[in-house]
Write a protein that binds this ligand. Structure first.
Ligand SMILES: *[C@@H]1O[C@H](CO)[C@@H](O)[C@H](O)[C@H]1NC(C)=O
Ligand SMILES: *[C@@H]1O[C@H](CO)[C@@H](O)[C@H](O)[C@H]1NC(C)=O
Ligand SMILES: *[C@@H]1O[C@H](CO)[C@@H](O)[C@H](O)[C@H]1NC(C)=O
Ligand SMILES: *[C@@H]1O[C@H](CO)[C@@H](O)[C@H](O)[C@H]1NC(C)=O
Ligand SMILES: *[C@@H]1O[C@H](CO)[C@@H](O)[C@H](O)[C@H]1NC(C)=O
Length: 486
C-alpha cells in the first residue's frame, strides 16, 4: 500500500548495562535501525539448566565469586528493563495494531472505491438502458397517440354520418306522416263516394220498380182494351199500336236500368275484345277494358258499337293531331295516346287479338272537305315481335280506292329506330311515324297530321294513296278489327 509506515526508531538501551564492555547489536532495517545491548555472556557462567524462556529468569546463576548484592541489583535492573521492554512492546503492538487498523480501513476504503466504480459503471449501463427503454416507450406512446387520433377522426366521421342518417330518417318520418294524412283524406273521400254510389244505386232500383209497376198497369190496360172489342176497332188498333210502342220503349228502359245496376259486374268480367263486350249487351260506344288472349294485364280501348253492327275494337285513331305519332319501336310495341282521343293500341295487343282467331279490318277515312271513305279486309293479322310484326291482309273491298293501299303481305313494321323496310332509305324517318313500309309503300296512316285544305303535296303526311293520291289531307282515320264470325 502507498501508505508508508511511520516507523519510530527505537533504541533500546539496556539500563542494566552501563559499562562499556557491554556489546551493542545494531540491526538496520530500511530507514530504521535497532540497537540492542545485550548482557555480557562471559560474565555469566553457562549452566546446565540455562534456557531461554519468556519468563523472567536469571540470566545466569549467581556465581559464588560474585557479590550477591550486585547480582540482585542486576536482576532488578533486568526486570525493569524487561518491564520497559514489555511496555515498549505493548506500545509497539498497539501502534502496529493501530496501523493495521488504519490500513484495513484504507483497504476497506479502496475496496469501497472499486465497488463504487463498478457500481458507477453498472449505474451508467442502467441509465443508458433505461434511456433506451424510455425512447422505445416514447415511440410506442406516439404510435398509440397516432392510433388514438386516427380512431378519434373515424369516430368523428361516424358521428357525422350518423347525424346525416338521423336527419334523413327524420325527413322520411315527416314524409310518412304527410302521406298518412293524405291517405286518410283520400279514404274519407272514397267512403263519401261509396255512400253516394250506394244511394244512387238505391235510387235507380227504386226507379226500376216504379217502371215495372207502370208496365204492369199498361199491360192490364191493353188486355182491358182488347177485351172491349165492340169499340171502334180502327181507333183501338191505333191505340194498341201506340201502346205497344210505349211498352217497347219501357222494356228498353228497363233493360237499360238493368244494365246500369249490373254495370260493376260487367266491369269485373274481363272481355277479350269489343265484340264480346257488345255480345254481353253493351251497345254504347266508348272506352272499355279488355284483356287480349294470353295477356296478363287489361288494356283500355275504344269500342265502336255503331258502325256496321258495332263490336269493333279500335286499334288506331287520328282526328286532331293532339298526339305525336313519330315515336320509337318500344312506344309502338306498348301503345300510346289516349283511347278516348288519338291513340295506337300497341303492336303486341294487335298481334294477340288478331291471331287468337280470324279477324277483319275496317279502315275509315275522312278528308279535309268532309268526304268519307272506307277500306275493308276480310282477313287481317300481324305476327309477333320476333317477326317484326309482319302484316297479313287479304279480301280487300271498299270505297277508298279500287286497290288496297296497305303494303304487301309479309311487310315488316318499321319505326325511326328500327329500319325494316325494303328501301335503301329509312322510310320511317322520311315518311315519319311507325308503319308497314315497303319502299316506302302506298300508305301511312301514322304520318304527320296536317290540318286544313292545302294543295301542297306532303310525303310525310297521313297517306292512303289509292284513295286520293299522294296529296291527300286526311283529317280523320280509324283502324278497327272485329272477329270474322261476329
Ligand atoms: C526505564 O525507562 C525509563 C524511560 O522510559 C527510564 O527513565 C528508566 O530509568 C528505565 N529503567 C530501567 C531500569 O532501565
Ligand atoms: C401517424 O399517422 C399518419 C397517417 O394518419 C402517418 O402518415 C404517420 O406516419 C403516422 N406517424 C407515426 C409516427 O406513426
Ligand atoms: C171509328 O173511328 C173512326 C176513325 O176515328 C171514325 O171515323 C168512326 O166514326 C168511328 N166509328 C164509331 C162507331 O165510333
Ligand atoms: C296463347 O298461348 C298458347 C299456349 O302458350 C299458344 O298456343 C297460343 O298460340 C297463344 N295465343 C296467342 C294469340 O298468342
Ligand atoms: C327484325 O328487325 C331487326 C332489325 O330491326 C332485324 O335485325 C331482324 O332480323 C328482323 N327480324 C326478322 C325476322 O326479319
Amino acid at each position: 500500500m502507498g501508505h508508508p509506515l511511520v516507523l519510530v526508531c527505537l533504541a533500546f538501551l539496556s539500563t542494566a548495562v552501563i559499562d562499556s564492555e557491554k556489546r551493542q547489536h545494531r540491526v538496520q532495517h530500511g530507514p530504521c535501525s535497532y540497537t540492542f545491548i545485550l548482557p555480557e555472556v562471559e560474565h555469566c557462567l553457562p549452566s546446565k539448566d540455562f534456557q531461554v524462556t519468556n519468563s523472567l529468569q536469571r540470566d545466569s546463576p549467581p556465581s559464588p565469586d560474585q557479590d550477591p548484592a550486585r547480582g540482585e541489583r542486576m536482576v532488578e535492573s533486568l526486570e525493569a528493563a524487561t518491564e520497559n521492554n514489555t511496555r515498549w512492546l505493548q506500545k509497539l503492538e498497539s501502534y502496529i495494531q493501530e496501523n493495521v487498523r488504519s490500513g484495513m480501513e484504507e483497504m476497506k476504503r479502496s475496496t469501497v472505491h472499486t465497488h463504487t466504480a463498478a457500481m458507477l459503471e453498472i449505474g451508467t449501463n442502467l441509465l443508458s438502458q433505461s434511456a433506451e427503454q424510455t425512447r422505445k416507450l416514447t415511440n410506442v406512446e406516439t404510435q398509440v397517440l397516432n392510433q388514438t387520433s386516427r380512431v378519434e377522426i373515424q369516430l368523428l366521421e361516424y358521428s357525422l354520418v350518423t347525424n346525416r342518417l338521423e336527419k334523413h330518417i327524420l325527413q322520411q318520418n315527416q314524409e310518412i306522416s304527410r302521406l298518412n294524412d293524405k291517405n286518410s283524406f283520400l279514404e274519407q273521400r272514397f267512403s263519401a263516394l261509396e255512400t253516394r254510389h250506394v244511394k244512387e244505386l238505391q235510387g235507380i232500383q227504386r226507379e226500376k220498380r216504379q217502371l215495372q209497376e207502370l208496365l204492369e198497369r199498361q199491360s192490364r190496360l191493353v188486355t182491358l182494351l182488347q177485351g172491349s172489342s165492340s169499340l171502334n176497332s180502327t181507333l183501338l188498333q191505333r191505340q194498341q199500336a201506340v201502346l205497344t210502342g210505349t211498352v217497347q220503349q219501357l222494356l228498353a228502359m228497363v233493360t237499360h236500368c238493368n244494365d246500369i245496376s249490373t254495370q260493376p259486374k260487367v266491369e269485373s268480367v274481363i272481355f277479350m275484345d269489343c265484340a264480346e263486350i257488345f255480345r254481353s249487351g253493351v251497345t254504347e260506344s266508348g272506352v272499355y277494358d279488355i284483356r287480349p288472349p294470353n295477356s296478363t294485364h287489361a288494356v283500355k280501348v275504344f269500342c265502336d258499337m255503331q258502325t256496321r253492327g258495332g263490336g269493333w275494337t279500335v286499334i288506331q285513331h287520328r282526328r286532331d293531331g293532339a298526339v305525336d305519332f313519330h315515336r320509337d319501336w318500344r312506344d309502338y310495341k306498348m301503345g300510346f295516346g289516349d283511347p278516348s282521343g288519338e291513340y295506337w293500341v300497341g303492336n303486341d295487343v294487335i298481334h294477340l287479338i288478331t291471331t287468337s282467331k280470324e279477324y277483319t279490318l275496317h279502315v275509315q277515312l275522312k278528308d279535309a272537305e268532309g268526304n268519307e271513305a272506307t277500306s275493308y279486309y276480310d282477313h287481317f293479322y300481324i305476327d309477333a315481335e320476333d317477326k317484326n310484326y309482319s302484316l297479313h291482309s287479304r279480301g280487300f273491298s271498299g270505297t277508298a280506292g279500287r286497290t288496297s293501299s296497305l303494303s304487301h303481305p309479309g311487310t315488316m313494321f318499321s319505326t325511326k329506330d328500327r329500319d325494316n323496310d325494303r328501301c335503301s332509305c329509312k322510310c320511317a324517318q322520311m315518311a315519319s311515324g311507325g308503319w308497314w313500309f315497303e319502299a316506302c309503300g302506298p300508305s301511312n296512316l301514322n304520318g304527320i297530321y296536317y290540318a286544313g285544305v292545302s294543295n301542297v303535296v306532303r310525303y310525310n303526311g297521313i297517306k292512303w294513296y289509292y284513295w286520293k293520291g299522294p296529296g291527300l289531307i286526311t283529317t280523320m282515320s280509324t283502324m278497327m278489327v272485329r272477329p270474322v264470325d261476329f
